[in-house]
Design a protein around this ligand. Structure first.
Ligand code: SF4
Length: 298
């Protein structure tokens, strides 16, 4: 078996920056004897969450989850960002906030705030309930999140619209929402905001699909960008497995000659290395079985 890695895979710059920021914050909190928290999973990956937990960083979903414990504590805001009122509640509780919001996400938040202040209804194309879209919406009072063209078509207002993307959606999803929002006579500003890092991972999968017989995408099951990569690979007609870690790679992968490997933007290098090692082990086991069958037939 040959295992070919996608030309771009794994941690994107924003996630790497957030994880490193959280690790530094953990070290500083430990050195000063104070508590450390991360607001929401730092990235949607169990290994990274476990490592930070081992460094003493507790994950909380909301400032109210640590009543009376935030005074003097360090709280890291992950790459997805958060709404301004969340920052205010953390500071009001006495926490020192370390902001690891990805600059690309922060740019979308700023654009959302600017358009909302000028009377636009901000429409965010992305997953409802996702930390990033909720954070961007929090910067634009009254903003709506739409996850499909059908939901976009149901946005009934005569106000001018400003459309902003969740950074990890595909251009195709974004364009479908944009076209569904177009109504003659209603202004629609196409702000954009799809991240280049996500685009690169998708085009790398498209290249890979032409060169391999199967694709394994490694990443958290609750990672939106990993899930989208796996969905893309499957639509390209290549048998595809979305696994969270090497242990989830099924034995049947061992029978493929050419396997492509990709990973979401929240997947650390160790998970990718272990997945590759597991694929090569399966391949070796499949060859050994074939040799043993041939020997017993001889
Ligand atoms: S995918 Fe892009 S926007 Fe999202 S964290 Fe990574 S670099 Fe930032």
């Amino acid at each position: 078996m040959t295992v070919t890695r996608a030309r771009t895979l794994g941690f994107c710059p924003g996630v790497r920056r957030a994880v490193e920021t959280a690790e530094r914050a953990a070290a500083a909190a430990s050195a000063s004897g104070s508590s450390g928290f991360v607001l929401g999973q730092i990235v949607h990956n169990p290994r990274v969450s476990a490592r930070l937990s081992g460094l003493g960083m507790e994950t909380i979903a909301d400032p109210d989850d640590a009543p009376g414990r935030l005074a003097g504590a360090t709280v890291v805001i992950r790459s997805h960002g958060a709404a301004p009122e969340v920052f205010e509640r953390l500071r009001a509780a006495g926490a020192e906030v370390v902001d690891a919001t990805c600059p690309r996400v922060a740019a979308n938040q700023k654009a959302a705030a600017s358009y909302a202040s000028r009377g636009y209804l901000v429409v965010i194309a992305g997953d409802a309930g996702h930390g990033e879209t909720l954070g961007v919406a929090g910067h634009a009072p009254g903003a709506v999140i739409v996850s499909s063209a059908a939901e976009a078509a149901a946005v009934a207002t005569s106000r001018p619209l400003a459309l902003i993307a969740q950074t990890t959606i595909s251009e195709t999803e974004y364009e479908a929402v944009r076209e569904a929002l177009r109504i003659p006579g209603r202004e629609l500003v196409d702000v954009g905001g799809v991240c280049a890092a996500s685009r690169e991972r998708r085009s790398a999968i498209e290249e890979l699909a032409g060169e391999v017989d199967a694709i394994v995408v490694v990443g958290g099951k609750n990672s939106a960008n990993t899930r989208r990569l796996a969905e893309l690979a499957a639509t390209l007609g290549v048998p595809t497995w979305h696994v969270e870690n090497a242990a989830e790679i099924p034995d049947e992968l061992g029978r493929y000659e050419r396997v492509g490997l990709s990973a979401g933007a929240s997947t650390p290098d160790e998970d990718i290395d272990e997945a590759e090692a597991r694929l090569l082990e399966l391949s070796q086991a499949a060859s050994d079985d074939a040799a043993s069958d041939a020997a017993s037939r001889a």
